[in-house]
Design a protein around this ligand. Structure first.
Ligand code: NAP
Ligand code: MG
Length: 503
């Protein structure tokens, strides 16, 4: 074999390096789409009320669309106030007649059954989630669905141990819970809401988001197959007006809402002075803080996970990157290189890192905020990866040189867009991180454990990750400070949202 000359060798090395950075050539994989032929999506879905599938009194249906193809997947019933009333009545009957009287260990068995059934149907559920919502299959398969099952498993265990959760106080269920959830983690949010409510002995009326109703409807089928008593879980699909009808219904004892701060404020105002209990999980603008002593390459992966995971459709996304000034340039260079290698495209492809933006409306919002960043003088870095012709896609993007007062540094973009800023001292990092109306999460990257603890006690955020980001576990309470809402979901703390305590 002919040996290479030194100049030939360096030429070969150079071209390998260039190719590695050239998204779409060296890193291109053969397509690897998940098969969908075993998943049966009906043409039309009715409402799940009182254990039966019933046509809506409204007589109306709306299409649910796949954001990656813009094709209609199914027609879904639109519940009006009359439908919501039927659902609340069914939930009340189930509460009074069966669920609140059932021995807790029996309730626990039903919840275990749901968890097992989610595991058995994990592949189908992951595909439905990806088709309806646009997130990459590797995320719905490896994150959303296993975590949804884990939440049911965890809370099944609590059902007959509530007396131990509240230190000598007796826990009683609240009654009928109305639950309204968003489109970014449709099945997982349903699990976060349903599992603790059921474990504590409440019955439920759940309203999924308009753009992602399908996985909740598949869950309704699972609940039917698990033979939960009729009316314990009712699922009413529809848009904002359906959610408002749930919130306003006088027969509801507790509202649990996850969504935007604007709608959360409206709900809080609507419930003022009523008997209804309320928990709100709202928006965020989390700071991901990178110190100069951090392992930079690991931090880059954490930053990427923090903001580009699920197209940035994550309430606790690390959307503000605070970098210690001395490592700013190296972090920016490495991040610019890294985003070129993220694969954007068909969410059903197992190699896809970044899937579709959930809706045209959300895509327009992201574009508008990115345009505002450019207009306000920040420097834009964006992957030049190919964008599919059909569907709603936005390339991974970040800004440097943005001022703290700019819109991209203050407003929740809820897309794959990061705003990079700098700091010089831990105090300045804390001040900048807390300089937001939100307080859902934060991340700290440093070599020093003591620095993590020092920062964590002073950051006003409900969840703080140290040398990692976007890690979730049902045993760990999740929730916000300030305008990110109140109340916790998960862990022992999350149970208290669904019980009245005696004594
Ligand atoms: P959204 O517009 O507030 O919607 C959330 C849910 O509320 C949807 O089911 C929505 O129905 C419904 N809704 C809309 N108007 C309503 C009203 N007046 N009364 C009652 N319900 C109403 O939020 P989104 O844009 O779908 O979701 C993104 C937001 O959720 C982001 O701000 C994100 O940060 C937040 N989020 C927070 C968490 C958390 O745990 N803190 C988790 C996930 C998401 P339609 O779908 O039909 O509009
Ligand atoms: Mg959809």
């Amino acid at each position: 074999m002919k040996s290479m000359t030194v100049s030939e060798k360096s030429e070969a090395q150079k071209s390998t390096k260039d190719l590695a950075l050239d998204f779409g050539r060296a890193w291109e994989y053969a397509p690897s789409p998940e098969a969908t032929d075993h998943v049966k999506i009906e043409k039309r879905y009715e409402l799940f009320i009182g254990g039966k599938w019933v046509a809506p009194k409204s007589g109306k249906y709306f299409p649910t669309v796949s954001p990656s193809t813009e094709e209609t997947l199914a027609e879904v019933a639109e519940a009006n106030a009359e439908d919501v009333d039927l659902a609340v009545r069914a939930a009340r009957r189930a509460y009074d007649g069966v669920w609140s009287r059932m021995r807790p260990e029996e309730r626990g068995k039903y919840i275990f059954r749901i968890a097992r059934a989610i595991q058995e149907k994990a592949r189908e559920l992951a595909i439905v989630e990806t088709l309806d919502g646009g997130k990459p299959i590797k995320e719905s398969r490896d994150v959303d669905i296993p975590l949804a099952a884990a939440h049911f498993f965890y809370h099944a265990g609590w059902a007959d141990k509530l007396d131990y959760a509240f230190h000598g106080r007796k826990a009683r269920p609240l009654g009928v819970a109305g639950q309204v959830i968003p489109w970014n983690f449709p099945l997982l949010m349903a699990a976060w809401k349903l599992a603790p409510a059921l474990a504590c002995g409440n019955t439920v009326v759940l309203k999924p988001a308009e753009t992602t109703p399908l996985s909740a409807l598949f869950l309704a089928r699972i609940i039917e197959e698990c033979e939960l008593p009729e009316g314990v879980v009712n699922i009413v699909t529809g848009a904002g007006a359906t959610g408002a009808a749930v919130v306003d219904h006088p027969g509801i004892d507790k509202i649990a809402f996850t969504g935007s701060t604007a709608v959360g404020k409206r709900i809080q105002a609507a419930l003022a002075g009523s008997h209804k209990r309320l928990t709100l999980e709202l928006g965020g603008k989390a700071a991901n803080i990178v110190f100069a002593d951090a392992p930079i390459d690991q931090a880059i992966e954490g930053i990427v996970n923090g903001i580009y995971f699920n197209q940035g459709h994550v309430c606790c996304a690390g959307s503000r990157l605070l970098v210690e000034e001395s490592v700013h340039d190296v972090v920016v260079r490495k991040l610019a290189d890294r985003i070129k290698t993220l694969r954007l495209g068909d969410p059903l492809d197992k190699n896809t890192d970044i899937g579709a933006i959930n809706s045209k409306m959300q895509l327009d919002k992201i574009r508008e905020l990115v345009a505002s960043g450019e207009k306000e003088g920040a420097q834009l870095y964006q992957s030049t990866c190919p964008i599919p012709q059909k569907g709603y896609f936005f390339p991974p993007t970040f800004f440097t040189g943005a001022s703290q007062s700019s819109r991209i540094a203050r407003e929740e973009i809820f897309g794959p867009v990061l705003t990079v800023m700098t700091f010089r001292t831990p105090d300045e990092a804390i001040e900048k991180a807390n300089n937001t109306m939100y307080g859902l999460s934060a991340g700290i990257w440093t070599d020093k454990g003591a620095k993590i603890f020092h920062m964590a006690t002073r950051l006003k955020a409900g969840v703080i990750w140290g040398n990692t980001f976007n890690k979730f576990d049902p045993t760990s309470p999740f929730g916000g400070y300030k305008e990110s809402g109140f109340g916790r979901e998960g862990g022992r703390q999350g149970l208290s949202a669904y019980v009245e305590l005696d004594g």
